[in-house]
Design a protein around this ligand. Sequence first.
Ligand SMILES: O=C(O)CCC(=O)C(=O)O
Length: 487
Amino acid sequence: MGIRIGGHIEKVNGKEVSYSEFVQKYMEKNQPVVLTGLMDDWKACKDWVLDNGKPNLQFFSTHFGKSRVQVADCSTRDFTDQKRVEMSVSEFVDHWLDNSLQELGSALTNQSNGHPVLYLKDWHFVKEYPEYLAYTTPLFFCDDWLNLYLDNYRMHKDPDTYQANNEISCSDYRFVYMGAKGSWTPLHADVFRSYSWSANVCGKKQWLFLSPSQCNLVFDRNMKSSVYNIFDDVSEKEFPRFKEAIWLECTQEQNEIIFVPSGWYHQVHNLEDTISINHNWFNAYNLSWVWNLLLRDYNEAKEYIEDIRDICDDFEGLCQRNLAANTGMNFYDFFVFITCFCLANLVQLCYLLRDCKSIQSLSSVAQELALNLGSVRKIVDKLKSVGGLAGNHGFFLDMRETLDDPRFFHLCTGLERVYGMIHKQQSCCFDTKKDLVDDLRDLDTTRTYGSQAFTAEDLISFIDNAITKLSCTNCEGIVLPSEWDGA
Ligand SMILES: O=C(O)CCC(=O)C(=O)O
């Protein structure tokens, strides 16, 4: 029995959508959409595609052939994913070209060539070739805290498992995918329950989506494992409610970009030889998805080792280590991450409000920063309510040290550039690092509340105190998000 298709994904011309419309209709409502018209000037669309619309594989061998990449064999399974091997881009291209030739021969004799379909995935192309500007991230996807953070910091530092050669693979969530017709990606929801966008430089993809409200339907009775391939003959005994699921379908053509919202399960098939560019990201609008996943995975990690609690010296520490290994970050990593963004948003807010004389002159950037702070505060409150940082063995963010850290300065200038672009406002440009740091110091917040955020309570006090002080000096200026008090 096939799957039930309940509808298709909306397609709109990206040039006719404003940023605030995109936020309201898609990011806030967590709805998928396909955007056209946003890839006109991409170098990738010229260099990577032949006149007949096929991938220019020779270009990859010539210019990027030595890169080591992860390649999935689409006919194999490794738990929830396909088996992967590492090879060079040249080897991958040779295999692809070989296979196409044999495919042609087999088509003539009406036989399958029996070769595996390989799919190059998760290639950190931008990190590896920063000078080659293959594309520009469309404005809708620029408020990206995840990649901005990873451009400056590591998400999880574990001295036991740290490997220098792992640098690239943990470095960011900006990828290139390349696969021949027939390559595919099994059913999944994205890492950290981030948003993602995926742009077809050439080729065509079929996407099948399941909304988060129906995701329980693809799980087994124990809610432990999910269906791998929705086109398989899925066992009713194992997945009793699978047949109730109603899917949304989309055929994504060349030069179209799909926005994948948080927590939507999806399966993807390359209907033609396809190259795509793909980012994962999160920001104030989907931060709660990240937190909810972390909490769920933490509870699972804890339950898994519950029977050794009594003989464990540091049970909580072990839970957090396992959480980081399975999910890619733990509560402490997340706490340091949000504290850092909280500080960066405050720094910018201080800077903008310094010269603000009245509410009229308060920019939409400042409103956005206040909204971000409100969203972070809400999450910190949730972290507090589950006692999420109990047993914190020295994981904290020293705010004063952070303010002096060049990496933090880069993060702030990155954030400032993004909101300047989004709100089409003249970048105010922190003239010097000193400017930026002095502004927050002027607020006296780090002095009053101490400089180190160890606990969720510390961070809440810090945010509230900073906002109160800012509101006193620029009173009517800041319009706090309505849910500020009731977090
Ligand atoms: O294009 C693909 O094969 C998979 C992409 C994907 O799953 C995603 O962007 O989340």
